[in-house]
Design a protein. Structure first.
Length: 246
């Protein structure tokens, strides 16, 4: 990850492909791709579940043995733990293939909302940048993301396979995403306060500012999505929530 700025090339290629793909698909019939979609979401769900199983125990151990401050400010999860460090590296790399989510949206001619591509691009850039610093709060960010993605991709796989899933399940997943953003903001506030107090914490001020801006913007966008999808009850929201599963 020495050349972390390579991620900008991936993002640039990604943006070119999705928007040129949308133009090409305007005059073409949509692709079904249901089996491929099921397999894709099953793969990402399995990866996320395994990631949760390999990183969450380290976080819980650190909390119970070393305390909250250590879990927030010491990057031992990536520098000392071979298992957690390996799955942190895989997590960082995984943000590139996850861009493939959008291919299904474009080829199946489903609504491509701003939240979707903005989230993919900014997560990729921040994750690669933060990995080079071995950002200590990343221990929390990675575990939360693995857990939420375990539920989210499992849900998408079941939806693609035509299983009827109660509405409360999708509401729970979006609520979990909102909670993730709130916790992310709180972690950044706490890290900033620790550094202002003169205590050691392995995270730069620049990283805190970028991460806080990112999580705050996600919260606003996911809150707006939640309102449109579950409270407003419009057709547009229905189409948006089904962007991967149907």
């Amino acid at each position: 990850m020495a050349n972390w700025t390579q991620c900008f090339w991936y993002c640039g290629i990604y943006m070119i492909l999705i928007w040129s793909g949308k133009l090409l698909m305007q005059s073409r019939p949509r692709f079904e791709l249901r089996r491929a979609l099921i397999m894709w979401n099953l793969f990402l769900a399995t990866f996320s579940i395994l990631g949760t199983m390999r990183t969450l125990p380290e976080l819980l151990y650190t909390l119970s043995v070393h305390g909250f401050h250590h879990s927030m400010c010491n990057p031992s999860f990536v520098e000392l733990s071979k298992v957690s460090g390996y799955w942190t590296w895989l997590f960082t790399l995984s943000k590139v293939p996850e861009l493939g989510d959008t291919i299904f949206i474009v080829l199946r001619k489903q609504p491509l909302i701003f939240l979707h591509w903005y989230h993919h691009v900014t997560v990729l850039i921040y994750t690669w940048y933060a990995y080079t610093e071995h950002t200590a709060p990343g221990r929390w960010f990675i575990c939360m993301n693995y857990m939420v993605h375990s539920c989210m991709y499992s849900y998408y796989a079941l939806k693609a396979a035509k299983f009827r899933i109660p509405k409360w399940v999708s509401m729970f997943i979006t609520t979990a995403q909102l909670t993730q953003m709130i916790v992310g903001c709180l972690i950044n506030f706490w890290s900033y306060q620790v550094k202002m107090d003169g205590r050691e914490c392995q995270v730069s001020y620049e990283n805190i500012k970028i991460s806080l801006l990112m999580y705050a913007s996600y919260f606003v966008l996911f809150a707006h999505f939640f309102y449109n999808a579950y409270l407003a009850g419009g057709k547009k929201s229905d189409a948006s929530i089904k962007r991967k599963g149907d």
